[in-house]
Design a protein around this ligand. Structure first.
Ligand code: ARG
Length: 587
């Protein structure tokens, strides 16, 4: 990487100037009109060796070994400004064009990671609260894999909770399940429509009808004990629901290696609970089984409603409940059992990451502490909750329908297709659902991922769908435009020649993009990659406006342009692939 090469040159210069083991670092310049990189390290180094900072900067520059990659200047107060030479730009451009990952270096030390994202709940319609997890999770997975990590993704469906009992009870009362209880008549076909009606109805009733809630809890327990016919009915409900969930995830471009749910850990629950009992970590409280996880003197941050609010704390962390008073399993129980299962079925897992709403942070703290206390998760394994912020409406409150209901994922997808189609229509493109979905989903993902994962953001589809500005469609459009030029010209790509500022800016934008991957990896957030992709698309756009690519009569020049176009396409395609954004051939 060029940055490291420059740093080596500077350190060699330090040595020549009589300073051993200097560790000079360079960064992209804050003044791109003046230089490409800058080094701010002379102040600290001068202090260390007792010299005047500007003198030191000058002597480093004078002692710089002869090289063809940089022109360097010491400037007041004591900075070193570094410009890449044209030949350095050319070398980088041509290397990136042929390198497998466009210049990105895989990590030397890689990890084995299980990623838990998706998390849709069976029997309930998917809603907006479940949108960020597959978007962010899928993208992080692709990023990790690009760097060489071994990643196993698990959708971890919510399929072992009270919603199962509620739905079955409602269907039973509606007379749908008579066959299973009386053995008479024909086996019913349980449909998605039935489920979409049953769950909300039951959920509303449980809040006002204690008897009903108790019955639903009893049925939930029977399902968890695999009692018939409850368990058979449960499996049918699960199947119908999962088919729909899979369709939604496919439309969002989220893919999973494992389609497990909470229920897959059911066989590990007894053993997991026993570990706590045997190690003396669990105690009974009001009939329930609980594990104390508070740490002495600690403060628990209360999730903020908005980022500007001062941080407040509560104390201490409440105990984790691992068995309910009636013996039923809870959310924490299945999560603990799942960690046990993951470690038994998959060896040497360095990290388990959960991409789940930030508002569940207490739950994960409890679960992680339980697993560490009971040594269900080995000491050297990292358990991470990557908590994401809320999608808000323009009013700054969680995004809802006009009537105040939570928005179903199905409706969001339809809305995306509709709005993208309108846009395309105004550009004279005929209705094409696949294309509209690519653009709509791409717009939404870019709008989402351009924000820091942990922050809340405003879900503004009109803004996300603009064809100009920092949006997914703008970048998709940039690549479509490159495709269109490449179709028009029959000149073959040649070596990239760097002759002007526009071309240099493209290469610099690529260098920044390559750095952005690493930033995203460290931050576990994709915003830097979104921004760098936009900057590259914008740099390309300037180049495109100032150059006549198709009509260029100098064939060597044109061949260089074509290669440059192919490079930009390659880099943008890789970045958008990490972001999970598809690239339409034409737009
Ligand atoms: N089903 C959960 C929910 O809707 C999300 C699951 C997240 N993953 C986990 N292992 N707890 O809130």
């Amino acid at each position: 990487m060029i940055k490291e090469e420059i740093e080596i040159l500077l350190n060699e210069a330090c040595k020549k100037a009589g300073i051993e083991d200097a560790e000079m670092k360079v960064s992209f310049s804050n003044l791109p009109d003046i230089c490409d990189y800058q080094c701010n390290g002379c102040f600290a180094l001068a202090k260390k060796v007792g010299k005047n900072p500007l003198d030191l900067a000058q002597s480093i520059v004078e002692n710089l070994p002869k090289n063809k990659i940089v022109d360097v200047m010491a400037v007041k107060p004591a900075f070193i400004n570094i410009k890449l030479t044209d030949s350095a730009f050319e070398k980088i451009a041509n290397e990136c064009l042929t390198a497998e990952l466009g210049g990105l270096q895989k990590h030397e030390i890689t990890k084995k990671i299980i990623m838990d994202y998706g998390g849709a709940n069976v029997a309930k319609a998917l809603h907006i609260g479940h949108l960020r997890s597959p978007i962010i999770g899928e993208s992080l997975k692709r990023l990790y894999r690009l760097f060489g990590d071994e990643v196993i993704s698990d959708v971890h469906l919510g399929d072992w909770g009270l919603q199962m009992g509620l739905t079955e009870l409602q269907l039973k009362l509606d007379g749908v399940l008579d066959y299973y209880f009386s053995g008479k008549g024909k086996e019913p076909v349980i449909t998605l429509e039935m489920l979409n009606e049953a769950y909300p109805k039951a959920s509303a009733r449980k809040s006002v009808d204690k008897e009903f809630l108790k019955d639903a809890e009893d049925i939930t327990l029977k399902i968890q004990k695999k009692e018939e016919p409850y368990y058979t009915i449960y499996k049918k409900i699960r199947e119908v629901s999962v088919t729909k969930i899979a369709e939604h995830y496919a439309e969002l471009g989220a893919t999973f290696d494992l389609w497990y749910g909470e229920s897959d850990a059911a066989d590990y629950i007894d053993r997991a609970v026993q570990i706590f009992v045997d190690k003396g970590l669990a105690r009974e409280s009001e009939g329930a089984l609980i594990v104390d996880v508070a740490k002495e003197g600690e403060q628990i941050p209360i999730p903020k409603k908005n980022p500007d609010e001062p941080q407040r704390y509560k104390n201490p962390m409440p105990p984790a409940i691992i068995k309910k008073h009636n013996g039923a399993d809870l959310y924490a129980t299945t999560d603990i059992a799942t960690i046990l299962m993951r470690n038994e079925t998959c060896k040497n897992v360095d990290e388990i990451q959960y991409i789940v709403d930030a508002r569940q942070s207490q739950h994960f703290t409890q679960v992680f502490r339980c697993c560490k206390l009971a040594e269900i998760s080995p000491e050297k394994q990292t358990l991470t909750h990557i908590g994401y912020g809320t999608m808000n409406g323009n009013d700054g409150k969680p995004f809802k329908t006009r009537s105040g209901d939570t928005i179903k994922l199905e409706d969001i997808i339809n809305m995306l297709v509709e709005k993208a189609s309108e846009k395309l229509k105004s550009n004279g493109v005929e209705f094409d659902r696949k294309l509209a979905l690519q653009i709509g989903v791409g717009a939404m993902k870019f709008g989402d991922l351009s924000n820091n994962v942990a922050k809340d953001y405003v879900f503004d589809l009109d803004k996300f769908l603009a064809f100009e500005g920092k949006t997914g469609p703008y970048i998709q459009y940039t690549v479509a435009r490159i495709n269109s030029i490449l179709r028009k010209v029959d000149t073959k790509a040649g070596g990239i020649k760097i002759c002007d500022k526009d071309e240099k800016n493209i290469i610099l934008a690529i260098l920044k993009l390559l750095t952005a991957y690493e930033i995203c990896y460290q931050d576990r957030s994709l915003n830097a990659l979104c921004l760098a992709s936009y900057d590259l698309a914008a740099a390309f756009s300037t180049f495109y406006n100032n150059h006549h690519i198709v009509n260029e009569s100098d064939k060597t020049k044109q061949a260089s342009y074509i290669a440059l176009l192919m490079l930009v396409k390659k880099e943008l395609s890789q970045a958008l692939n990490v972001l999970g954004i598809e690239l339409p051939e034409k737009m």
